[in-house]
Design a protein around this ligand. Sequence first.
Ligand SMILES: NC(=O)c1ccc[n+]([C@@H]2O[C@H](COP(=O)([O-])OP(=O)(O)OC[C@H]3O[C@@H](n4cnc5c(N)ncnc54)[C@H](OP(=O)(O)O)[C@@H]3O)[C@@H](O)[C@H]2O)c1
Length: 282
Amino acid sequence: MNRILITGHKGMLGRELERVARALGKEVIGLDLPECDITHRKQIERAILDAEPDLVLHAAAFTAVDRCETESDLAYLVNATGTQNVCLAAQKLDVPLLYISTDYIFDGEKPHPLPYDEWDAANPLSVYGKSKWAGECFVRELCTKHFIVRISWLCGHGGPNFVETILKLAKERDELKVVNDQHGSPTFVQDVAPELLRLVDYGAFGTFHITNQGYTTWFEFAKKIVELAKLKMRIVPCTTEEFPRPAPRPKNSRLSPRLYENALGNRMPPWEDGLKRYSKER
Ligand SMILES: NC(=O)c1ccc[n+]([C@@H]2O[C@H](COP(=O)([O-])OP(=O)(O)OC[C@H]3O[C@@H](n4cnc5c(N)ncnc54)[C@H](OP(=O)(O)O)[C@@H]3O)[C@@H](O)[C@H]2O)c1
């Protein structure tokens, strides 16, 4: 794969995918708003056909989870129909497509600490999760050569993410309540992006989960962020009910990376290592 097209290349993951691909000597064609809109079928088809990539990494999405509840038409337009458009063009070229999906396609009712397997039934709770699941369905229906990779609790340079939110709040407050009954695996773009490219090279199509190793709660994650930054803000545990958000979140977001580990024979670094490296480099 020498000519890689990345949708959403200006986003948190897209930027890192582009950096890693270029470092490997690949040619990269990046598509993103405002120049190219995946919801415009003809525009995205022309852009992909003209670029003649030998791989499409589809990372573009409407990712504002709470806004998806109030802007559901846009969520389905981007995450479902946009994905359909990207798939149709990739299939016309008969090239592999890798779609980034999410832990939010599960309802989180699996008893913690059991992680979700790749073959567990989807039952998204939120509009964001439903629209991403609709995207997955298009990928399976339309692209013969597809990878679907579900990731969770994504953090990376530049993007708005949980680490940055906590560090910003720590400058403004002495104390912060953070939910302690949602479990998941923080995943760092610097760790996951190279693995996505390795998975493509390995060539085993299908659905995979890739997250940093280990799991935690948002409360424990926040505590670690503040501790590493040597800040003073006190982190206080609370329940989901005490901190209502527009979009419901799965209580158990753990994803088993079994099929990825079977395929590539290696394991992702622990999330604490990812956080340490991120904190040093930011
Ligand atoms: N963030 C997480 O915690 C998380 C967790 C699990 C899975 N994921 C998935 O991982 C992927 C990457 O997420 P991310 O956090 O890197 O997202 P991000 O930073 O929001 O990047 C997404 C990019 O897609 C662009 N985009 C949005 N609508 C578009 C359209 N109609 N046409 C073309 N480009 C469009 C965005 O542009 P604008 O910024 O201008 O809108 C942005 O540059 C997504 O598929 C997401 O669903 C994310």
